[in-house]
Design a protein around this ligand. Structure first.
Ligand code: HEM
Ligand code: CU
Length: 540
C-alpha cells in the first residue's frame, strides 16, 4: 500500500496564522518552540564559527579582546538559556509526551501556550542586550565583575530571569500530565523511558530554577542599587554568588542531559528492534542523577577559596554522579548487543552520542578530582569537556530524536543519503574541533582568551578547521530538512516499525492525537513478544 498523507491533520486544521498564535495544541506549541530553538541554535552556532575563526591565528585578526568577550558571552548565554534548556523538553518533549502516553494534550494547555510566550518575551530581552552591545561577563555572570561591568548585563539578567519561568511552567505541566493523563492500563512501569526522563527533568526544573531566579534578582538589585550582597567593597561576598549560581546551574546541566538520555533509550531499543536492557535501572538512575545533582555544586569552586574540607567533600560526592550515568551506558550497550541494528540516521546519532557522551562524562570525572581540576581549571580542557557533554551528548540525542520523530511531526521522510552523510561529517568535525581542545587545555591554554602564544598555533588552527567542517554538516542538514518539508516522500504511520503509541496514529497526527483511545496490549519495548506475531513483514 502506498503511503499517503491524511487530508486534515494538526498542521493544516484549523488554518491561518492566528490559529497558530492562539493554539492550545501541544503539537503546535512544540513546533513553535522547535522553530525558535533552531533559530537560536543556528545563530549562536554562527557566532561560534566567528569565534573560532578569530582563533585561527594568534594575535588579533578581525576583532579585539572586548568584542571577543561579548561574542563568547552571547554564544554561551544563547546556547544555554535559549537553546539547550528548552530544546528537548519544551520542543520535542511537548510534541511527543502526550502522544507517548495516549493523551489528547498536556494537563494545562493554556499554561503551555503561556510558557511559549514567556519564552519569546525573555528572548526579546536577550536580543535587546545584543543590540545594545551585548554582555561581556560570560554566561555565568560572576561577581564582582558582573556588578561593575558597564556592558548590557542587566537586560541579559532579565532575559535569563524571565526564561526561567517558561522552564518552570513546562516542568509543572509535565509532572501533572504524567500523573493524570496516562491512558488506562499504562502503569508507571509500562511508560516509555523518555517519559521517565522528562519526569525527572521536570522535578529539577521546578526545584532548582527558582534559586536561579532569586540569584539573578539579587544581582540586578546589586547592579542598580548597590545593596552590598556580593560586592566586597560594601561588605558583600562574591563567593556567595557562586554558591547560589551553581546550586541551580549544576542541576541545570542535568536539565540539559537527562532528556537526551531519554531519547537515547528510545532510539536504541526502537532502532535495533530489541527489548531495552535493564528498564528499571534506566528509569531509576534518572532519579539518582537528579538527586546527586543537587549535592555537587561545589566542584565548580575548587579554586574559589572554599575551605579545603568542603572541596574534598564536593570532590568525593561528584564521583557518585558517574554511577547512575554508567548504569545507563552499560544498559544501552547491552541492548545493542545482539540487536538487529539498523544504521539509519537516528542510529548514527545514537552511536555518536554513546561515544561522545562517554568521553564527556569520563573527563568530567577527571575534573571532579580535586587535584586534576586545580591544574586544568579554566583551561580549554573544560571547554572541551562541556562541549562533549552538551553538544556530543544533548545535541546528538536531539538530532537523533528529530530524525526519528520527523516523519511523525511532518508526515514526510527526509533524504536518508544526505542525512547520514551529514551525521558522519558532524561526527568528524566535532572531534576535530573539540578533541584538540583537551590537548590544548592540558598544555595550559586558558579559556576565554582571544589570543594565545605561538606554541598553541597548530592545535588552535586544527580546531578551527574542524569547526568549519562541523558548520558544513549543519548547513547540509538545514537544507535537506527544509527540502523534506516540501518534497519529502510521505512517511506512513510507522516508518520504523516501532512500538509506542505515537506510531499508532497517523503522520502527522490529527489535532486530537488519536481517533480511538490507544489500548495497552504490551510494553513499549516488547519486541520479543510482538515481532513473533508480526514477522515477516518487519521493516528494517
Ligand atoms: C558549532 C559548534 C560550536 C563551536 C565551534 C563552539 C565554540 C565555542 C568557543 C570558541 C567558545 C569560547 C571559548 C573561550 O573563549 O573560552 C565557546 C564557549 C561556550 N560554548 Fe560553544 N561552540 C559550539 C557549540 C556549542 C553548543 C552546542 C553549546 C551548548 C549547547 C555551547 C556552549 C558553550 C558555552 C556554555 C560556552 C562558554 C561561554 C562562557 O564561558 O561564557 N557551544 N564555544
Ligand atoms: Cu557541576
Amino acid at each position: 500500500m502506498e503511503n499517503v498523507i491524511p487530508q486534515t491533520h494538526y498542521l493544516n486544521s484549523p488554518k491561518g496564522w492566528k490559529s497558530w498564535l492562539f493554539t492550545l495544541d501541544h503539537k503546535r506549541i512544540g513546533i513553535m518552540y522547535f522553530a525558535a530553538i533552531m533559530f537560536f541554535f543556528f545563530f549562536a552556532g554562527a557566532l561560534a564559527i566567528v569565534l573560532r575563526t578569530e582563533l585561527l591565528n594568534p594575535g588579533q585578526d578581525f576583532m579585539n579582546a572586548e568584542a571577543y568577550n561579548r561574542i563568547f558571552t552571547l554564544h554561551g548565554a544563547i546556547m544555554i538559556f535559549l537553546f539547550i534548556i528548552p530544546s528537548i523538553p519544551a520542543a520535542l518533549g511537548n510534541f511527543v509526551l502526550p502522544l507517548m502516553i495516549g493523551a489528547k494534550d498536556v494537563a494545562f494547555p493554556r499554561l503551555n501556550l503561556a510558557s511559549w510566550y514567556v519564552f519569546v518575551f525573555g528572548a526579546f530581552f536577550g536580543i535587546y542586550s545584543l543590540i545594545t552591545g551585548g554582555a561581556d561577563t560570560g554566561w555565568t555572570f560572576y561577581t564582582p565583575y558582573s556588578t561593575s561591568s558597564t556592558s548590557s548585563v542587566s537586560s541579559m539578567l532579565l532575559a535569563a530571569f524571565i526564561l526561567g519561568f517558561s522552564s518552570i511552567f513546562t516542568g509543572i505541566n509535565f509532572i501533572v500530565t504524567i500523573h493524570k493523563l496516562r491512558t488506562p492500563g499504562q502503569t508507571w512501569f509500562k511508560l516509555p523511558l523518555m517519559v521517565w526522563a522528562l519526569y525527572a527533568t521536570a522535578l529539577i526544573q521546578v526545584l532548582a530554577t527558582p534559586v536561579l531566579a532569586i540569584t539573578l534578582v539579587l544581582l540586578l538589585l546589586e547592579r542598580t542599587m548597590g545593596i552590598g550582597i556580593f560586592d566586597p567593597a560594601m561588605g558583600g561576598d562574591p563567593v556567595l554568588y557562586q554558591h547560589f549560581f551553581w546550586f541551580y546551574s549544576h542541576p541545570a546541566v542535568y536539565i540539559m542531559i537527562l532528556p537526551g538520555m531519554g531519547i537515547i533509550s528510545e532510539l536504541i531499543s526502537h532502532m535495533s528492534h530489541r527489548k531495552i536492557f535493564g528498564y528499571n535501572a534506566i528509569a531509576f538512575s534518572s532519579f539518582g542523577i537528579a538527586l546527586v545533582s543537587f549535592l555537587v555544586w561545589g566542584h565548580h569552586m575548587f579554586t574559589s577559596g572554599q575551605s579545603e574540607l568542603a572541596a574534598v567533600i564536593f570532590s568525593f560526592l561528584t564521583f557518585f554522579v558517574g554511577i547512575p550515568s554508567g548504569v545507563k551506558v552499560f544498559n544501552w550497550v547491552m541492548t545493542l548487543y545482539k540487536g538487529q541494528i539498523s544504521l539509519r540516521t537516528p542510529m548514527l546519532y545514537t552511536l555518536s552520542f554513546l561515544i561522545l557522551f562517554t568521553i564527556g562524562g569520563l573527563t568530567g570525572i577527571f575534573l571532579g578530582a580535586l587535584s586534576v581540576d586545580i591544574h586544568v581549571h579554566d583551561t580549554y580542557f573544560v571547554v572541551a569537556h562541556f562541549h562533549y557533554v552538551m553538544m556530543g551528548g544533548t545535541v546528538m540525542a536531539l538530532l537523533g530524536g528529530i530524525h526519528f520523530w520527523w516523519p511523525k511531526m511532518f508526515g514526510r521522510m527526509y533524504n536518508e543519503f544526505w542525512a547520514s552523510t551529514a551525521a558522519v561529517i558532524i561526527f568528524i568535525g566535532f572531534n576535530m574541533t573539540f578533541f584538540t581542545q583537551f590537548i590544548l587545555g592540558s598544555l595550559g591554554m586558558p579559556r576565554r582568551y582571544f589570543t594565545y602564544l605561538d606554541q598553541y598555533h597548530g592545535l588552535h588552527a586544527f580546531s578551527t578547521y574542524g569547526a568549519w567542517v562541523l558548520g558544513l554538516g549543519f548547513l547540509i542538514m538545514g537544507i535537506y530538512l527544509v527540502h523534506s518539508l516540501i518534497k519529502g516522500k510521505p512517511a506512513g504511520n510507522n516508518p520504523w516499525g516501532a512500538l509506542g503509541f505515537e506510531w499508532e496514529t497517523t503522520s502527522p497526527p490529527p489535532t486530537e492525537n488519536f481517533f480511538t483511545q490507544p489500548q495497552v496490549t504490551h510494553g513499549p519495548y516488547d519486541y520479543d513478544k510482538v515481532l513473533i506475531q508480526r514477522e515477516p513483514d518487519r521493516l528494517r
